[in-house]
Design a protein around this ligand. Structure first.
Ligand SMILES: Cc1cc2nc3c(=O)[nH]c(=O)nc-3n(C[C@H](O)[C@H](O)[C@H](O)COP(=O)(O)O)c2cc1C
Length: 371
């Protein structure tokens, strides 16, 4: 009755189920472990054209340290820059990723978007952030993000950009709560056990946490990052941490991990915010500009010799050239120089010279002359 065919079929089904169970255990542990073991944990915010692969690798390298043989510091979770779900076709992206460096500027939308999905093992756990307005494309994207080995998938429901909002995506989803839930559901279905999280704001034109947050919690995201401003407020007013604290209350009793975001510039400030608001984790964005040591408790950038800061700036520039140099314009790297080179004698003149550079060798020459 139970021939070879039966056992073969059953064995592969069992192996498949074991794999799924393992994946679920591993990924549930990732958010659960953070919530239970470290309060607050710290996340590196997604920032388009800033937290790209080279900068994230530099952050991981200089923010991590070893104490008593254990790895410490660093962002506890890292986010990629946001990528449009609608923007690519699965086959093209996978082919591009497998090919590695194809040389020359990317020719297709898929190639350009795939650059945002380059990551290094040192960054784990790493979450890929996506945006869009169509559950179907979220499903498809989630399928291959899990194949690419990401630890999590995050849905952007906070971006204020008009072009993105017009696609019913980003902060616009605050105005379409049912669609937002459908998108979370579809992403989970495609994600194959990888945890799905959401990053959002406290409202569109006005504070809407009383309706918006419970709506999101109904869809049971693994984590919810709340940037404490409405879309209308952009980044013009201080983040409303009192409202983030209210969101924490709303999430009590759910399994969703809550991350607070807005204006945090240091680990000390983050710990203070977490104590006041009760969030599980803190996300830091602009505080990282020019300061890849930010997540390292043992180092204060202001206390580092200028030579060390400039050495890391050059290393960052060389890595940018290596990973993205043939694919993205050097002007993106120049944006970092102003943030690295500040607060010491001669900084202004050095900054002006660095702004004229076109390559890592140019940067090397100018820094050598300065030192
Ligand atoms: C240059 C820049 C790019 C950003 N890109 C993204 C993005 O791709 N996805 C996203 O969810 N938020 C993005 N944000 C918002 C940040 O993730 C973060 O929510 C915001 O800066 C507030 O945090 P902060 O005060 O710590 O900077 C971006 C912000 C900046 C300044």
């Amino acid at each position: 009755m139970f021939g070879e065919k039966f056992w073969r079929a059953n064995l592969s089904t069992n192996t498949y189920l074991i794999n799924i169970a393992y994946t679920l255990m591993k990924h549930n542990n990732f958010w659960g472990k953070l919530k239970n073991n470290k309060k607050p944990f710290f996340c590196l915010a997604p920032m388009a054209d800033v937290t790209d692969a080279p900068f994230r690798q530099i952050i991981a390298k200089y923010s991590k340290f070893t104490r008593n043989g254990e790895d410490r510091g660093g962002p506890d979770v890292t986010w990629t820059e946001m990528v449009s779900c609608d923007g690519f076709v699965r086959k093209d992206l996978l082919a591009y990723r497998k090919q590695g460096d194809v040389g020359g500027f990317p020719q297709t939308v898929q190639e350009r978007l795939a650059l945002s999905f380059i990551y290094d093992e040192i960054e784990r756990p790493i979450v890929a952030q996506v945006f869009g307005g169509d559950p179907k494309t979220f499903y498809e994207t989630a399928v291959y993000l899990s194949e690419l080995g990401f630890d999590g998938i995050d849905i952007n429901m906070g971006c204020p950009d008009h072009g993105i909002n017009k696609q019913n995506a980003g902060a616009n989803l605050i105005k379409s709560p049912e669609l937002a839930k459908e998108i979370i559901k579809a992403t989970k279905e495609g994600a194959g056990g990888i945890p799905v999280s959401v990053k959002t704001r406290i409202g569109y034109n006005k504070n809407e946490i009383d309706t918006w947050i419970p709506n999101l919690l109904e869809a049971e995201p693994a984590a919810l990052t709340i940037h404490g401003r409405t879309r209308k407020e952009m980044s013009k007013v201080p983040a409303h941490w009192d409202q983030i604290a209210k969101c924490v209350e709303m999430a009590k009793g759910s399994n969703t991990v809550i991350i607070g975001n807005g204006d945090v510039k240091s680990l000390e400030e983050g710990r203070q915010r977490a104590e006041e608001s009760g969030v599980d984790g803190i996300m830091i964005g602009r505080g990282i500009f020019g300061n890849p040591w930010l997540f390292n408790d043992k180092i204060k950038k202001e206390e580092l010799p200028i030579k060390e800061v400039l050495k890391v700036l050059l290393e960052h520039t060389r890595l940018f050239e290596k990973i993205l140099g043939s694919k993205k314009p050097f002007v993106l790297m120049r944006k970092h120089f102003g943030s690295y080179v500040t607060g010491f004698e001669g900084a202004k003149e050095l900054r002006m010279k660095l702004m004229e550079t076109e390559s890592a060798d140019d940067v090397d020459n100018i820094i050598s002359q300065f030192l």
